[in-house]
Design a protein around this ligand. Structure first.
Ligand code: GLC
Length: 463
């Protein structure tokens, strides 16, 4: 059953909003693949993990049943150790249509895994936040929606908890209560300069590209995609992880890339806050979730904040050093309601500086990388362009910390950009032109949420 909920009045207020709403709904309709959503039909023809969470936030308005089915489809592929794979492969997509596909990953067969399997990496665990957004939108929408939401939340809760346990347990490679990522793809900010310092120590065997043929730069403009040297490192890291049966034992000693990211860990802490809300609904104890959220927040401030520059950075667990570059993931801790006011203010200073720039200065949402850096690249993905999902997280942070004018400016700047350029994957940070995949699901989904302009969840205020 697919309930189509009504367009919020705010969306119908002007022609522009009604048009944006309509186009977003049609992107999501076109990208629905029977039991899951694809990020983009051509470039990403499978299911991606954190995309599912962002997409749920939009589907909450138009089709909560699909949001729940999408989340179920993802969590049905959860590994016994709790990891939720970053891609769940659609068995109907030909191996030649996406690389690296199931054959490359060659994951061990576990009971309950979908026939063609998944990758072995994770992505930022935003799903509890997504599920909570669907629940709170769906419950006032009639008995049937509320019943479905209650049942789905109860099904998801133990799985979401298991996901957190995996990340806070096996992935606590640095021992400081933060989750490490073992591959840039796990960050969701795949090609960000944040990884350059740690990646420079990873062997780059370009002959791998003779054995394995890239597909990303055939379906998208090669100038926007990672270089061959970077891509060889990406493949090498997977092959190394695979050779150890994707085990996380002794990661810091055995694996060439072990990094703590401020944005990944902020999402991890936010998941605990959402789980506290969910726990209260499903009859579990919310308190341990609240405590864990604060512990992670404290660890982010203690280990990923550089007091000298007053910025959050990525930390290389193997060398215990902070990355020298300033990227948008350093702004994301703003989404933590428990972040001290001093650090929240520092993030706002950095965001408003010429390095990034808020809509007041640039007329545009915030770019993915420092505009003043010598290697700022307006086209190559995560090395300059603007992404709607990260800006959505930032806007939420501004609301939590009382920067309401800035939050509203960012909301309108995001909507203006999508209206002008379309539901693109990312946008040129100077001209606002759409780049990458068109008809991209999370841009469409988050546009619905921006239009509906709902109040922020209560846990933000309580913390
Ligand atoms: C790109 C993005 C990643 C996203 C994926 C599918 O690889 O970097 O964050 O999940 O596309 O949309």
């Amino acid at each position: 059953m697919h309930q189509q909920l009504s367009v919020p009045t705010v969306a119908a207020n002007s022609e522009m909003s009604a048009e944006l709403w309509k186009s977003a709904v049609s992107v999501l309709d076109a990208n629905w693949a029977d039991d899951h959503m694809v990020p983009s039909r051509r470039l990403y023809p499978h299911q991606w993990s954190w995309d599912t969470a962002f997409i749920a936030i939009g589907l909450a308005y138009t089709n909560p049943t699909r949001a729940w089915r999408d989340l179920r489809h993802l969590f049905a592929a959860q590994w016994p150790d709790g990891r939720v794979p970053h891609i769940v492969f659609d068995p109907r997509t030909d191996e030649r249509d996406y690389f690296p596909g199931p054959a490359f990953w060659d994951v061990p067969a576990y009971a309950g895994r979908p026939a063609r399997g998944s990758t072995a990496l994770v992505q930022p665990p935003l799903h509890a936040v997504g599920a909570w957004e669907v629940y709170r939108r769906a419950t006032p929408h009639g008995a049937e929606c509320a019943k479905e939401a209650g049942e789905e939340l109860a099904w998801l809760y133990p799985r979401l908890v298991k996901q957190q346990e995996y990340l806070l347990g096996r992935r606590n490679a640095g021992g400081d209560g933060l989750a490490s990522i073992v591959h840039p793809w796990e960050s969701g900010l795949d090609n960000s300069p944040s990884w350059d310092a740690a990646m420079s120590a990873v062997p780059a065997d370009v002959t791998l590209l003779e054995r394995y043929e890239r597909r990303d730069n055939q379906v998208a403009d090669a100038a926007h995609r990672p270089t061959d040297v970077d891509y060889a490192r990406y493949l090498g890291l997977v092959l190394n992880y695979r050779a150890g049966d994707y085990s996380d034992t002794d990661l810091a000693q055995r694996h060439d890339f072990v990094v703590e990211c401020p944005s990944f860990n902020s999402i991890l802490a936010s998941a605990e806050l959402a789980l506290a809300q969910i726990a209260a609904v499903v009859g579990a104890d919310p308190q341990p979730h609240r405590e864990r959220a604060q512990q992670i927040t404290d660890a982010i401030v203690k280990h990923l904040y550089d007091p000298q520059t007053q910025t959050f950075r990525v930390r290389d667990v193997r060398t215990r050093t902070l990355s020298p570059v300033r990227c948008v993931n350093g702004l994301v801790p703003l989404m933590l309601p428990g972040l001290p006011a001093e650090q929240a203010a520092a993030i706002m200073v950095e965001a408003a500086s010429e390095r990034f720039g808020l809509p007041e200065q640039t007329g545009l949402p915030t770019p993915s990388y420092d505009r003043t850096a010598a290697d700022f690249d307006p086209l190559r993905y995560w090395r300059g362009p603007i992404w709607i999902n990260v800006n959505w997280l930032l806007r939420r942070g501004m609301q939590y910390h009382g920067y309401l004018g800035e939050a509203e400016d960012l909301r309108t700047a995001m909507m203006r950009l999508v209206v002008k350029s379309g539901h693109f994957e990312y946008f040129h940070p100077v001209t606002g032109e759409g780049i990458g995949a068109s008809a991209f699901s999370w841009t469409a989904a988050l546009s619905l949420d921006l239009l509906a302009d709902r109040s922020i969840p209560a846990y933000a205020r309580a913390a």
